[in-house]
Ligand binder design. Structure first.
Ligand code: SF4
Length: 329
C-alpha cells in the first residue's frame, strides 16, 4: 500500500492513542468502546510543569498521557491509515505539548491533517495563545486550551504559571474567535464545586465553544493522589450541560454546605432536561468521546464514552445526591 506523502520529513513521528491505533489497524486489539475522534499527540519535550501530567518537564519518554498509552508511528503511516480508515472517525484531535520550538512543525502537520476533510482540533497550552490564529489559518476547525484549573490558587499550584497573564490571554482568545475555542477543565485539583461551576458559566458567557470536563486521574507521579468525589462530579456535569443549553444559570442554583443542593427546578423538569443522558457523557468538541481517558473500563465511568442505558442514567441522577427525593430512583 503506497504511503501518503506529507510536507514533512518522512522520518517525522506522531503518537497515537492506543484506542485510535486499534481503529487505524496499527495495533492488534479490540476496543471496548471505539473512539469517535482520532486522537494524535505531538510531544517532543513539554516545557510545562503541570503537576498532574506524567510527561511534564520534558519527560517525552513516558508513554502515558492521563491513563492512556500513546504508541509512536511515522507521520506518513498515520496519514495513510487515517485515509484508509476514514469511516471510523468523525473528527481528528491533535494534542500538542508546550514547546514554542515546535510551532512551525505543528502548523505543517495541521495542514497535512486537514487534507483528510475531517474537522480538526488542535490543543495548546495557555502560554501559547499567540499561536492560535495561525492554527486556525492552517485549517484547524477548533482549538482546545488546557486551562485545566478553575482558579488562581489551583492554577499556580498545579500548572506552575502566573494566572493573571495566562487567564487574560485565554479570555482574549475566546473573545477574538467566538465558538472556535474549547476549554479543558479538570475537576479534582482542589477547586471547590462552587468555584468550578462559576468558572464554567463565566467561560460559556465569554463565548467558548465548549468545555471539555475531565475528572482528575492520579498517576504515579501526580501530587494529588485521589480522583474527585463522584457526586460532586455528577453535579458539575449536569450544571455544565444545563448551563451550556442556557437552561440553568449559577444564580438559579440552591447552594447548601458549599455544594449544589438543588438546580432550582421541579424534579420532573430536571429529569426531562437531562433525560438524553448527554450531561454524563464525555463533553468537549462534537464527536469527542475520549474512551477511558479518566477511568478504567472496569471502574467508575466519570465520563461515559457512549450513550447511557436507562439504568445508567437514573444511577447517574442518583449519584448527584441532590437534596430532594431524586434519590428515590
Ligand atoms: S474536546 Fe476532545 S476533540 Fe476537542 S480538543 Fe479536547 S480532546 Fe480534542
Amino acid at each position: 500500500m503506497k504511503e501518503k506523502e506529507t510536507t514533512q520529513n518522512i522520518q517525522e513521528k506522531l503518537r497515537v492513542s492506543i484506542g485510535t491505533a486499534v481503529e487505524l489497524g496499527l495495533e492488534n486489539a479490540r476496543n471496548i468502546v471505539a473512539p469517535t475522534t482520532a486522537y494524535l499527540l505531538l510531544d517532543k519535550g513539554c516545557l510545562g510543569q503541570c503537576s498532574f501530567c506524567p510527561r511534564n518537564n520534558g519527560n517525552s519518554k513516558e508513554l502515558k498521557l492521563s491513563r492512556i498509552l500513546w504508541p509512536e508511528f511515522s507521520l506518513p503511516t498515520v496519514l495513510t491509515n487515517l485515509d484508509n480508515f476514514s469511516n471510523r472517525f468523525r473528527r481528528i484531535c491533535l494534542q500538542t505539548s508546550y514547546n514554542p520550538d515546535q510551532e512551525s512543525l505543528i502548523k505543517k502537520i495541521t495542514q497535512d491533517l486537514t487534507q483528510s476533510g475531517k474537522p480538526l482540533c488542535v490543543t495548546v497550552h495557555p502560554a501559547q495563545t499567540n499561536f492560535i490564529p495561525s492554527l486556525l489559518e492552517s485549517g484547524a476547525e477548533k482549538v482546545g486550551i488546557g486551562l485545566d484549573a478553575a482558579s488562581k490558587r489551583t492554577y499556580e499550584k498545579h500548572k506552575g504559571r502566573p494566572w493573571e497573564n495566562d487567564f487574560e490571554a485565554v479570555l482574549n482568545s475566546i473573545k477574538s474567535f467566538p465558538n472556535k475555542i474549547g476549554i479543558h477543565l479538570i475537576f479534582g485539583l482542589g477547586d471547590s464545586e462552587i468555584d468550578f461551576v462559576k468558572m464554567i458559566q463565566f467561560l460559556h458567557q465569554a463565548g467558548c465553544s465548549s468545555i471539555a470536563l475531565f475528572a482528575f486521574t492520579p498517576t504515579e507521579k501526580s501530587s494529588v493522589m485521589k480522583p474527585p468525589d463522584l457526586s460532586a462530579y455528577r453535579r458539575i456535569q449536569a450544571f455544565r450541560h444545563l448551563n451550556y443549553k442556557r437552561i440553568r444559570m449559577f444564580e438559579n442554583l440552591v447552594i447548601m454546605d458549599e455544594r449544589i443542593s438543588s438546580f432550582g427546578i421541579p424534579e420532573s423538569q430536571l429529569i426531562e432536561a437531562l433525560l438524553n443522558g448527554e450531561a454524563f457523557q464525555t463533553s468537549g468538541c462534537p464527536d469527542c468521546n475520549r474512551p477511558f481517558y479518566n477511568e478504567s473500563p472496569r471502574g467508575i465511568a466519570y465520563n461515559f464514552p457512549r450513550p447511557l442505558s436507562k439504568e445508567e442514567f437514573f444511577q447517574a441522577v442518583k449519584e448527584m445526591d441532590l437534596k430532594s427525593n431524586l434519590n428515590n430512583f
